[in-house]
Design a protein around this ligand. Sequence first.
Ligand SMILES: NC(=O)c1ccc[n+]([C@@H]2O[C@H](COP(=O)([O-])OP(=O)(O)OC[C@H]3O[C@@H](n4cnc5c(N)ncnc54)[C@H](OP(=O)(O)O)[C@@H]3O)[C@@H](O)[C@H]2O)c1
Length: 457
Amino acid sequence: MSCSGVDSQTKVCAVIGRPVAHSLSPLLHNTAFFYYGLNWVYLAFEVENLKGAIEGVRGFGVKGLNVTIPYKTDVLAYLDGLDMLAEKIGAVNTIVNHSGHLKGYNTDAQGFLKVLSKEGIDPRGEGFIILGAGGAARAISFALAQSGARLSVLNRTPERALELSRKLEEEFGRPVPALELNIDNLKFALDNAAVIVNTTSRGMSPDVEGTPVPGELLRPGLTVLDIVYSPLKTRLLREAEAAGAKVVGGLDMLVYQAGLSFELWTGLKAPLEVMMAQGRNFLEPKKLERKNSLALTGFMGAGKSSVARLVSSMLGKELRSTDGLVEEAAQKPILRIFSEDGEAYFRELEMRAVKEVLEGDNLVIDCGGGVVLNQLNILNLKKKAHIFYLKAGLDTCLKRAEREVRPLLGHDPGEVFRLFSLREPLYEEAADVVIETSGLSPEEVARKVAKEYESLS
Ligand SMILES: NC(=O)c1ccc[n+]([C@@H]2O[C@H](COP(=O)([O-])OP(=O)(O)OC[C@H]3O[C@@H](n4cnc5c(N)ncnc54)[C@H](OP(=O)(O)O)[C@@H]3O)[C@@H](O)[C@H]2O)c1
């Protein structure tokens, strides 16, 4: 792999649609590729010419695609095969390229069913009100009807609600009332249903004060699912929660449908917990809360341990080291953990060490050089600490570390360069503050860190 992590072997997946600039899919999928150390990358393409884009998928050997608004239905015309559910729904959000044979799937439907299962909601015989009649409504209502739910569809444009209800009635042989989305029809539908699913884009950022259901209709005993995920808690969900209803936001469905696509492309189990944490971190309103701890990251030899000791005494904070905790837990030095138990075991202990450190308060945390390899570590650290990257060139790191034997380095300069290239962008990305350390003594670096920390707090 090259310094950027992309090289001539890199496999490509992408989302196509219009617009795609705000899609969260690249973040979720690249997180999952990174989790497994796959040499895969996920991109977003704003597409004007759908036919040309699909030809490009075949021509370039793109491994997989997600398809979003407005192409979920139009894309069917260009595929070689369809999964049964996608065919019934008439919409595709995932394409798998099997050596030039493009097969379409719909993971929105299954993703939604996984949300119900997680929330302990059994759709069989349950009354659901579907708000909206667009692409997502179609996938969700088919999945629900197939699971034996009773449905009614309410949409701003009643003709589209009717069109969807006809399809459902034809397929499942049960009546599906179709109504215009207004207060009287909502009251009527609520007499026969305990679950509302919002699939309209009402309430989606920037329309954050918009809601498809007037607050006075919400009551205890209702369950309200909103598939809008930005903001994480829409006005509909806030008002439903205040009225005593059970509420479920759209991030879970987003991650589940992404996870199912990932599994179709790679055959690996999607790291849902990490994808969820990454999505939540991205969408959560950033609180400017004061953090009274700081964590030092950087490549081996960057001077973290000496600087951490000095900063701890300068700021009067307790010093904790993740490597120290790992050694305590394993009852042996890190070198031996690597040689006897392997790196994967070390990383597992390291992840536990980060969690354990964060049970404390008012700390200077000396992080092991590879802490940044696991995004959960970074997300956890960021909850309580400002992250400082002690940046130094490879030459400096090697000079500083030359008397120490480091588990991953050995004596192979090519391996050292590879590791450095791989990790440097991760340090940069995780950092709240980057401290240039080349040419500075540990005391000078520590003073810089302490000064920057004081200005943040
Ligand atoms: N969480 C997830 O995994 C996930 C997955 C897919 C979609 N989504 C979200 O679901 C929403 C809909 O996606 P989609 O693919 O179904 O889009 P779509 O096909 O364009 O459908 C949009 C739906 O929203 C309705 N709508 C739009 N503006 C409205 C307004 N001001 N008042 C009332 N209704 C309005 C439309 O009604 P008309 O028919 O009257 O135009 C239509 O029913 C988007 O916010 C999308 O981000 C989330």
